[in-house]
Structures are given as C-alpha cells and as structure tokens.
Ligand binder design. Structure first.
Ligand SMILES: Cc1cc2nc3c(=O)[nH]c(=O)nc-3n(C[C@H](O)[C@H](O)[C@H](O)COP(=O)(O)OP(=O)(O)OC[C@H]3O[C@@H](n4cnc5c(N)ncnc54)[C@H](O)[C@@H]3O)c2cc1C
Length: 380
C-alpha cells in the first residue's frame, strides 16, 4: 500500500494536520490505535475563546460552558482573582471536538484507520498493526501526532527524561460550582504542577491535578480535595500524561515531523495543548506542502515553528520558576503580586496562549517593577 503522508495519532493535532494537508490535495492516511476517535477522553477541555476563533477549531456544537475569569490560589489560600466580564475561555466536550476534527478531515478525503497502531518506521516504510495483523505502508512523510508518550518520537531517538512530564488524574463530579470561573490551586499536594476546577455547569465540574511522575496523581487529588474541604460526588475519572518540557530543538528528523503533544507543542504552565497543537498542525501542513510542491527542505519545520516556540519557551520558563519555589516563597510571591496590582494588569493584558505579547508590557510597567527580581529569575 502507498500513501503520500502517514500521520500517527487521530487526536486534534493529527486530524488538524491531516485536514490542512488534504485541503491542499495530498493523499493522507491517519493511523489511530484506539477503536473510537475521542476515547479515552483525557482532558479538561478548557481553551481560550480567541485561540478557538483564530485557529478555526471546529468547536461549533461542543461548547458546554463559557468562562469569564479565574481564581488562582497560593498554597496558603491567598488568591488572585481575574475577571474579564466577558467570555475568555470555553469548556468543551472534548470527545465531540475530536469527532468534529475527524469529520472535517474525512470531508476532505483523509483516510482514518482505527484500531491501527504504528509500531515502527524506517525511512519510507511504516510498520503497523491493524486488528492484530501486521502490515507495511510505504510513505513519503511521517507525522508523529501520537501524544505525550509518542512512539514516533522515540523511533527518532528523542528520548525525554521524566522531568519533562507530569502525571495527571481528573474526576468529573457533581457539586456546587461558580460557573463563570475556573480555579487553579498551587501547593504541596500538586508537586511540580497544580490542581484545577473547570466547571461544565453550576453543578458539574472537572476537578484534576498534575504531579511529578514520582507521585501518585490519584492520591494527590484525594489529598487536595481533603485539604481544601471540597465535597463532591464523583461521576467518572480519567488519567493521562502531560508534557511540560521546553520546545524540542528538533521536531523534524529525516522525513518525519512531530506535532502536538508528541512535539511538546503544549503550554508547560497549564498543560493546555489543544490550541498550540493546532497551530503546530497548520505549520506542519504548510511546511510539508512547500516541501512536496516546491522542494523546500522539510527541516524548515523547525524554523517555521519559531513564533510558536517563543511562546512555549516562555511558558516553560514560568513553569521552571514556579517549580523552583517552596510553598512559603509562592505565598510571598502572591502577596507581592497582589500589592503590585497584577490582577488589574492581567485582566487588561493577559493572554492565555501568547505570553510573549504581554511579557514586555509587564517589565515596562513601573507598578510591577518590585516584582523584577522574580520576573528576571523566571525569564533567565
Ligand atoms: C487530564 C488532562 C487535562 C487536560 N486539560 C486540557 C485543557 O483543559 N485544555 C487543553 O488545551 N489541553 C488540555 N490537556 C492537554 C490536551 O489533552 C493535549 O494537549 C491534546 O490532547 C494533545 O493533542 P494531540 O493530538 O497532540 O495528542 P492526543 O490528543 O494525545 O492524541 C494522540 C493520539 O495518538 C494515538 N496514538 C498514540 N500512539 C499511537 C500509535 N503508536 N499508533 C497510532 N495511534 C497512536 C492516541 O490513541 C491518541 O488518540 C489535558 C491533558 C490531560 C491529560
């Protein structure tokens, strides 16, 4: 069997890459190891409204809730309250989003093979397992969009140490929630990351936690709920790995590219990767098209990712800084940030996806100068 482009992984990054490529007329095959697209669901489904609009994500019938702001809690319970008085983020039915991405891809002629796992790849040949049977596929280009534990990434020899990932555990639960606001909680219960409450409605929310891979995320979530006295009725749970490493220096090797979580195109601050993965998907499709049509090097992918990587690097630096702080240091930082009126600043200039757009403004704002030691430490 021959195909021009093979994509491993039918998550949003793989399907979006496939759709863009098929729109340009290329023959694309997507391999998905699971039987059903969108399952298992491992996501809180929170994305910026601007990110959805600008990147034309097919969110039409999957919006469950609209978010106007956030409460961000220090370990001692002190909080920053950000309220935009308009919708800044959307809570999505993530399974439906993936199915919409599938529909868009198939509409443009993409072949999606489910229950089909990529097991190896050599130059122009992909080895796969379909319904327990082995098969070979000739391909010009391979895209690894196979998630945080990417097989393609390891085939390319890019082994990532465990500190580049956090384990997560999330429950969907009944309780009483403030529908317009998400909550983020920093503290010892979430070593290396944070806990979140993302409301679907007034009575249902996704409550989750990320922790360093040495910790048990499920136990960490229990500890968080107990410590914060959050009483809820669990409906279901999910778990997954979140990449928090810095952007890869090489997301293209030979005839293979890495996109989405596989390529660390996720925000290390929050773990959000739907919007950034879809940006990387568009860039991958443009680079592949230029390569096939005009013989431009595929390696240009790394150069073409520079804008996205600039933001992802900032996210990573903030994550590295936060992870270097003790709970006491974080408490003091929150105190200082409140005094510096950071809430006002973030309400006006904050951007969930592109911190580089407001980082400069932050440093040039005299009110915030006494946060400079922390800012400089974070950005070094
Ligand atoms: C608990 C949790 C909460 C999250 N919350 C948010 C959030 O609120 N907002 C946000 O933006 N992001 C969130 N994320 C991150 C988000 O889910 C990911 O960034 C996003 O799914 C990445 O998309 P992707 O297409 O790169 O990878 P994935 O969605 O992981 O898709 C990869 C696909 O590849 C398939 N696959 C893997 N290996 C193979 C193989 N060898 N052969 C064939 N197929 C294979 C998998 O089955 C999967 O379908 C969260 C993640 C977790 C774990």
């Amino acid at each position: 069997m021959n195909t021009t482009i093979t994509i491993a992984g039918a998550g949003p990054a793989g399907l979006t890459t496939a759709r863009h490529l098929a729109e340009e007329g290329w023959q694309v095959t997507v391999l998905e190891e699971h039987k059903k697209i969108g399952k298992p669901m491992q996501c809180a489904g929170l994305i910026s409204k601007a990110g959805a609009v600008i990147n034309k994500l097919p969110v039409q019938d999957c919006i469950l809730n609209e978010i106007q702001g956030a409460r961000i809690f220090a370990p001692n319970g002190e909080k920053l309250f950000l309220h935009k008085y308009e919708t800044v983020a959307l809570v999505l039915d993530r399974e439906k989003l993936d199915l919409n991405c599938l529909k868009e891809a198939e509409k443009h002629g993409v072949e999606v093979r489910t229950n089909c796992k990529l097991i190896d790849a050599r130059t122009d040949t992909v080895f796969l397992q379909q319904d327990e049977r082995g098969e070979m596929l000739k391909t010009k280009i391979l895209v690894g969009a196979d998630g945080a534990n990417s097989k393609v990434r390891s085939i390319l020899g890019l082994r990532m140490p465990s500190e580049n990932f956090v384990n997560s555990f999330q429950i969907r639960a009944k309780g009483r929630f403030e529908k317009e606001f998400v909550e983020l909680h920093l503290g010892n219960f979430a070593k290396g990351f944070f806990a979140w409450v993302v409301p679907e409605s007034r009575d249902t929310a996704r409550i989750g936690i990320g922790t360093s891979v040495q910790e048990n995320a499920q136990q960490a979530l229990d500890k968080f709920l107990k410590e914060k006295n959050i009483s809820v009725q669990k409906i279901e749970h999910t778990a997954g790995v979140i990449p928090i490493g810095q952007p890869l220096k090489e997301a293209c090797k030979g005839n293979a590219l890495l996109v989405g979580d596989a390529g660390f195109h996720a925000k290390a601050t929050t773990g959000g990767g739907i919007v950034t993965g879809s940006i990387a998907a568009r860039i991958a499709a443009e680079t592949i098209t230029e390569h096939l049509r005009n013989k431009k090097p595929l390696k240009n992918f790394d150069k073409n990712l520079a804008g996205l990587n600039k933001d992802l690097l900032l996210h990573w630096k903030v994550r590295r800084f936060l992870n270097s702080q003790t709970d006491e240091q974080l408490n003091r930082l929150f105190e200082k940030m409140k005094k510096a009126k950071i809430e006002e600043f973030l309400e006006k200039h904050g951007n969930m996806d592109h911190p580089s757009l407001f980082a400069g403004k932050l440093l040039s704002n005299p009110k915030i100068w006494f946060l400079l030691p922390e800012a400089l430490k974070a950005l070094r």
